[in-house]
Design a protein. Structure first.
Length: 253
């Protein structure tokens, strides 16, 4: 095992504890298993959150900051996707308890910089609340971040058909082509394009709405312009931004 390994689950307990320093950043990817239209596998959010976390950790280490990535918390808040089938969801209490339990475990091993890296839209508010509450109860800084919200400016310059990640769209399809191409059904991309799309509530407003009310294919966006090269650019740009921010001492002070 090389000394630059970042995956918690590929290290021994002794190797993990040897990195338990105040400046080590532990990234906890949080995602969902849910429908992603007719052309993408249900594990998209789990795959991409894990890939973004691991790439970020490697860039942190290359810049001199020790980093680890726990296994992805793969089940999230996805009730709005249930009508399309294939979705596994939790209620808020269970989700919050799961996130809290993992963060507490990390803190009990002496780590003092914990990042909840979210890869699912339905988790955004819950992850923000969890980061605030866990910082208070654990007495260590816990940062919550949704990778595409932290990258709106960088992603917007790469995408052609949209300004940021939507759902099973140009962005997610491109990134899956780059990291797990076997999970993309390329022959179904054309029929994944929705014939109708009802936009969500306007900025600053929140309400629950089933995806079946918003799209007829389970997709929001147009995946036809997706390419593996674009996906690699998105992952590289996204992880670069995350590593820059998570490596700043001021974030954790």
């Amino acid at each position: 095992m090389t000394s630059d390994e970042v995956a918690w689950a590929r290290l021994t307990a002794e190797e993990i504890q040897a990195r338990s320093a105040p400046t080590t950043v532990v990234i906890i990817p949080v995602a969902s298993v849910e429908q992603h239209g007719p052309h993408l596998a249900t594990g998209v959010d789990m795959v991409l959150a894990s890939a973004m976390a691991e790439r970020t950790a490697r860039k942190l280490q290359a810049a001199g900051t020790a980093a680890l990535v726990t296994p992805c918390l793969w089940s999230g808040l996805a009730e709005h996707h249930m009508p399309f089938g294939g979705t596994l969801t939790l209620d808020l209490a269970t989700f919050s308890a799961m996130v809290g339990g993992i963060a507490r475990s990390v803190a009990r091993h002496g780590f003092r910089r914990i990042a909840l890296l979210n890869g699912h839209g339905g988790n955004i508010d819950a992850i923000s609340s969890a980061a605030i509450e866990l910082t208070r109860t654990l007495g260590v800084p816990v940062v919550g971040v949704t990778y595409w919200l932290a990258n709106e400016d960088t992603f917007g310059g790469i995408l052609e058909a949209q300004h940021n990640v939507m759902h099973a769209c140009e962005a997610e399809t491109s990134m899956m082509m780059a990291v797990q191409a076997e999970s993309v059904r390329a022959d179904r991309i054309a029929r994944a394009v929705p014939s109708r799309f009802a936009p969500p509530a306007p900025p600053g407003f929140r309400r629950s709405r089933s995806f079946s009310e918003m799209t007829d294919t389970g997709v929001i966006g147009d995946p036809r312009s997706a390419t593996p090269a674009k996906g690699e650019r998105l992952i590289d740009a996204g992880s670069t931004r995350l590593a820059e921010e998570l490596g700043r001492t001021e974030l954790w002070a």
